[in-house]
Design a protein around this ligand. Structure first.
Ligand SMILES: [Fe+2]
Ligand SMILES: [Fe+2]
Length: 340
């Protein structure tokens, strides 16, 4: 224990009696693991010791002040919407919506398409090479046929309800692979204590982009209870199946997504045909939802047709990215930078 008396030091200094008199006659303090005992009288000490003590005290006061200020800035958890208990006053729906930031505010970087890019998307097909590619292609063909059969999309004429249902359901599925693959790569990086070679961000961007397609479509129609149950069931199956498949063969999974995106481009091209000369011509003039204008940086007077063009360009991008990742080895660098 260091015993420090500052009084004589201040007395020697000749001007600090008044300060010393303000101190309590005996007090203890801990600073930097040292316990300092200060007494107003009874010890001989040097001015340096007194000065050191004073510095310690002033720093302590400053630290306390800083800590108080820091804590002052922290919000009270009970004031945060997601910590409110049921005993708190209920939040009115209008207030909740007013407080919530708009959808897409936290979006990751993603490509913004030029007019040329939007209108020059083509239906393409990568010819399967080898058993894994053929297996991936066959899986997509089977899933597509099964979905068309059970959704009844091809029976009778298309309409807005059919399109929205189809888009919503497909996007709930399309958002899965990027997230699962990103998680697998993330865990692999942690497990092996090696860098990921830049794949994770692209996969997360893809997952978010698909989810934004879904959130945009949901601005037009809220799904029924039956639809929601189907989504829950399909997600349970698809996450499990895709996760296991990714452990067994990432190449198969990225090729599978590449072929899935080939189908997505076909779907949105058919939607655009329906907008041009079919039953969806009102989407040529129907205003785009705000979320779509913000997310794709569309013109303020953009229409639903512009939204579908942007979504189709996204799908074409996922198509080329996943075919590329399927052709790379696990430890190759991802050539796609964030937002590209
Ligand atoms: Fe999509
Ligand atoms: Fe996609």
């Amino acid at each position: 224990m260091n015993r420090v008396s500052i009084i004589r030091g201040f007395t020697k200094f000749g001007s600090s009696n008044s300060i010393a008199s303000l101190l309590p006659s005996t007090f203890n303090t801990h600073k930097n693991g040292k316990k300092l005992l200060c007494q107003r009288t009874g010890f001989r000490t040097s001015f340096i010791e007194g000065y050191q003590f004073l510095v310690v005290q002033i720093r302590g006061i400053a630290d306390d002040k800083q800590t108080e200020t820091k804590y002052d800035k922290l919000p009270n958890p009970s004031d945060l919407a997601h910590f409110r208990s049921s005993s708190s006053p209920p939040v009115k729906k209008d207030d909740k919506e007013k407080d919530n930031p708009p959808i897409g505010m936290y979006a990751m970087p993603h490509p913004i398409w030029s007019e040329d890019q939007l209108h020059n998307v083509e239906i393409t097909h990568k010819v399967p090479e080898g058993i894994i590619d053929k297996l991936a292609y066959k899986t997509v063909q089977i899933l597509r046929s099964a979905f068309d059969l059970f959704s009844g999309f091809k029976h009778g004429e298309t309409n807005e309800k059919k399109w929205i249902n189809r888009i919503c359901f497909l996007e709930t599925v399309a958002g899965v692979p990027g997230m699962v693959a990103a998680m697998m790569r993330h865990m692999r990086s942690l497990r092996r204590m090696q860098r990921d070679q830049g794949w994770i961000h692209t996969l997360l961007e893809e997952a978010e982009n698909e989810r934004m397609h879904l959130l945009t479509a949901l601005q037009l129609k809220q799904p029924s209870l039956l639809f929601r149950l189907c989504v829950i069931g399909s997600q349970g199956f698809f996450v499990t199946w895709f996760g296991i498949s990714y452990i067994l063969s990432p190449k198969y999974c990225h090729r599978f997504v590449g072929y899935l995106e080939e189908e997505a481009v076909k779907t949105y091209t058919n939607c655009l045909k329906d907008i041009e000369q079919g039953n969806m011509q009102h989407w040529k003039t129907q205003p785009a939802p705000d979320v779509a204008i913000r997310y794709w940086k569309l013109q303020p007077d953009a229409t639903m047709k512009d939204v579908i063009l942007a979504i189709r360009a996204d799908e074409a991008h996922h198509r080329v990215v996943n075919h590329c990742l399927a052709s790379l080895r696990k430890d190759d660098f991802n050539p796609y930078k964030p937002g590209h």
